[in-house]
Ligand binder design. Structure first.
Ligand code: 5GP
Ligand code: MN
Length: 330
């Protein structure tokens, strides 16, 4: 890993203009990593455009430095290096960036998702990390650049959101150690928590209430459904739905929690598991991906068929898992 970080620092030293990209439907790790990387490049006196096709969700707009993230790449810009953050494959950055990235000669791929296709010229992939924010932390440490409060906030937000506030299985000692160092730099953990998790907008609260009322529970599987009509009725957007799957996940005896969200081009599925189902494997079967216990995919079908396909795959996985559940996983 240190070698790869040194290689990356060498690339940063020897190039002048960088396009930083993260995935569609960005989460706190995507946004935090974009901000931290952009600030490092700027500190080195180089040009960075940080881009996310879907822009910055409202709950992350308090982060200093988030105004650097654009959702449209300035057409006249030319870049020497593309840096993909949190993208297991190029498609995950969305389609709008394709004309730009095809012209960029050097691609760096930095990720912690399980199915990363190692599509970069330099690939820095570690699926054991709690969040990609950890790699950005290492990058700052190796570069000897000081972390100011904007960087510390961005990295704390990255780790806090990807670990579900330090409670999921990916919450490692190192995630806590890095977070402790960020707190020593002046981060206020409660303020961060409050900004991200306790500032639901009215539409976000209304869509959560509507969505929760669709909850179904069946043989270890919970299912919540969000339709396009519900967005219209509540004035909410997809950004407002990121936490909704957790109600299903918090139910006793539920092993797999599913959220089906209708979109203009299919059904977005969020999958969560607790102990013994590899939801990444299921999402990959449908062209998506993620992590062992949290994954997602989009199915180009109507709600009924999307549910049939996913439920069949989840039931099969549960059956297989019940054959070899490890007692120490419980
Ligand atoms: P969520 O269900 O919250 O959208 O995503 C859970 C995890 O799965 C995140 O790590 C996210 O990046 C990943 N994920 C969600 N949807 C997709 C997808 O369509 N493709 C891939 N490769 N990963 C996804
Ligand atoms: Mn992440």
């Amino acid at each position: 890993m240190t070698n790869e970080i040194s290689h990356l620092l060498e690339i940063i030293e020897t190039h002048r203009s960088f396009l930083l990209l993260s995935h569609v439907d960005p989460d706190g790790d995507a946004i935090g990593s974009l901000i931290a990387f952009a600030l490092l490049i700027e500190r080195k006196g180089k040009k960075a455009v940080a881009y996310d096709q879907d822009g910055v969700p409202e709950i992350y707009r308090f982060l200093k430095g988030c105004d650097r993230i654009v959702s449209v790449i300035p057409p006249a810009e030319h870049f020497e290096v593309a840096v993909f953050l949190e993208c297991p494959d190029v498609r995950r950055a969305g389609t709008a960036c394709s004309p730009f990235i095809e012209k960029i000669p050097l691609w760096v791929n930095i990720d912690h998702h399980m199915e990363n296709s190692r599509f970069g010229h330099l690939n820095i992939i570690d699926e054991n990390l709690s969040a990609l924010g950890e790699t950005l932390f290492d990058l700052y440490r190796e570069s000897k650049e000081p972390m100011d409060s904007a960087v510390a906030e961005a990295l704390y937000a990255a780790i806090m959101t990807d670990t579900g506030s330090f409670k999921y299985i990916n919450t490692t000692p190192r995630a806590h150690e890095i977070s402790a160092q960020l707190i020593r730099l002046g981060i206020n953990p409660y303020r961060m928590y409050e900004e991200i998790f306790e500032t639901l907008s009215r539409p976000a609260a209304l869509i959560a209430a509507r969505a929760h009322s669709t909850l179904e529970i069946d043989n270890g599987i919970s299912c919540i459904t969000i339709t396009l009509d519900m967005f219209k009725e509540t004035g909410s957007t997809a950004d407002d739905t990121q936490e909704i799957v957790n109600l299903g996940r918090n139910i006793k005896d539920v092993e797999v929690a599913l959220l089906f969200r209708e979109t203009a081009n299919g059904v977005k599925v969020s999958l969560r598991s607790k102990h013994n189902v590899n939801v990444n494997e299921i999402a990959v079967k449908f062209g998506g991906g993620g992590h062992l216990r949290a994954a997602g995919c989009t199915i180009e079908a109507d709600m009924k068929h999307a549910k049939e396909m996913i439920f069949a795959a989840v039931r099969k996985a549960l059956q297989e898992a019940s054959g070899h559940a490890r007692p120490n996983e419980r």
